[in-house]
Write a protein that binds this ligand. Structure first.
Ligand code: PMP
Length: 416
């Protein structure tokens, strides 16, 4: 153990307690090092064909594995500036207030709500799966008046239904999930921004599961706040979340009566950290995930090299090949209308005569492939298979189909 003691540290065997604390002579440590920590890290290889995270390509892993630099070094600010440009391209926006959150998709969701909505204000939330439920809960916790538009998982809302609810509730914010990963639905967005603005309401859209896989144009579709996650079609590790705010959204969030409840997610500070507030100096707010930002930059670079339109087209082609293969196996796709199917996450009705948990466990054990079941309101209704970004190709689709075919042969429940 002596070899492990670094200069400046007190060796355990020579520590002793005094009235001021621990000094030389006697150990005060009563909890021994846990045996698991003395073993090397084990993380098996898995084909991550669930709704995320997806496998990370070697190039992105390598970027994340580079030696870190300080979060306030000028080179780091340069990398953050690149990330901002990469997000502007991925979102198709020229919004200055574009950045990546230090945290997962939920961080961006909370950042949008905490900064835009003040306690007592009304929000309207479209719920057709778990993500609307989450947004409704977060809004309620922060003291907003929450109104909901609800459909069962897989349902979608017409612009007329949305307009009627906006006229009735007069919310300051309307939330819609573009890629409803718990149902496998891609929601139409055309015209929704215009309707929201007619009622003086901001449009917040979640594109965590759809960005890079299904067409979405922030500026052209008049979306006020758009966020995504790093770990889906972008194929970076989980833990960073791009977000962008329109001028209209900035006007609302920077003219609040009271400061937002979260210090960490306060956009006044974050806009300075990202160099978006026009001030000459960036000052310390929090220590951003340096390695996560390296990886995110690389994943955005891959998307820029591929081209958004190519990426959308590729996801659609692979998804269509996969859907046909599923139907050939006798499986039923959960979203009937092809145009409303999310190309990145396919949902299948649980086949009759099977226990869905057994199917998933069999495929994980025998094929090292992760698929998942439903989430929130869709639990027990469907299976979810994601082929996103780096994972999105016909070879992987064929592998997923072969694993399902095998599981369908092996896991049929006996009638007895
Ligand atoms: N929105 C959608 C559509 C998602 O699919 C997810 C993640 N499954 C989230 C939000 C939440 O993201 P995270 O798990 O990164 O917090």
């Amino acid at each position: 153990m002596q070899g492990l003691v670094r200069s400046g540290q007190v060796p355990l065997e020579s520590a002793q307690s005094t009235k001021h604390g621990v000094h030389r002579g006697m150990s005060s440590v009563t909890i021994p090092p846990p045996a698991c920590m003395l073993r090397p890290l084990e993380a098996p290889f898995r084909y991550l064909f669930g709704p995320g995270p997806s496998n990370v390509p070697p190039r992105v892993l390598a970027a994340g594995g580079r030696p870190i630099i300080g979060h306030m070094h000028s080179e780091m600010f340069g990398i953050m500036n690149d990330i901002k440009k990469g997000i502007q391209y991925a979102f198709q926006t020229s919004n200055n207030m574009t950045l990546a959150m230090s945290g997962s998709g939920h961080t961006a969701m909370e950042c949008a709500l905490f900064n835009i909505v003040e306690p007592g204000e009304s929000v309207l939330v479209a719920i057709n799966g778990i993500w609307g439920e989450r947004v409704a809960e977060i809004s309620e916790r922060m003291g907003a008046k929450v109104h909901t538009l609800v459909k069962t998982p897989g349902g979608h809302f017409t612009n007329a239904e949305i307009e009627q609810a906006l006229a009735k509730h007069k919310p300051v914010l309307f939330f819609l999930t573009h890629g409803e990963s718990s149902a496998g639905l891609v929601h139409p967005v055309d015209g929704v921004g215009d309707i929201c603005h007619k009622y003086n309401c901001l449009l917040l859209v979640d594109s965590v599961a759809s960005l890079g896989a299904a067409p979405l144009l922030m500026d052209q579709q008049n979306i006020d706040i758009l966020y995504t996650g790093s770990q889906k079609a972008l194929n970076a590790p989980p833990g960073t979340a791009p977000i962008s705010f329109s001028e209209r959204a900035c006007h609302k969030m920077f003219n609040r009566k009271a400061k937002p409840v979260s210090y960490l997610l306060d956009m006044t500070h974050l806009s300075n950290y990202w160099g978006n507030d026009g001030k000459p100096e960036r000052t310390y707010h929090h220590t951003g995930p340096v390695s996560g930002f390296f990886a995110l930059r690389e994943s955005l670079a891959i998307l820029a090299e591929t081209g958004l339109e190519n990426s959308w087209k590729h996801h659609t082609e692979v998804a269509e090949y996969f859907w046909k293969g599923l139907e050939d196996l006798g499986l039923k796709l959960f979203i009937k209308d092809k145009d409303l199917r999310l190309p990145s996450v396919t949902t299948i009705a649980i086949p009759e005569g099977y226990n869905w948990k057994e199917l998933l466990a069999y495929i994980m054990k025998h094929h090292r492939i992760e698929f998942t079941g439903g989430l929130g309101p869709s639990v027990g209704m469907l299976l979810r298979i994601g082929l996103m970004g780096y994972n999105c190709n016909k070879a992987n689709a064929a592998m997923a189909l072969a694993a399902l075919e095998d599981a369908l042969k092996q896991c049929r429940m006996s009638k007895a």
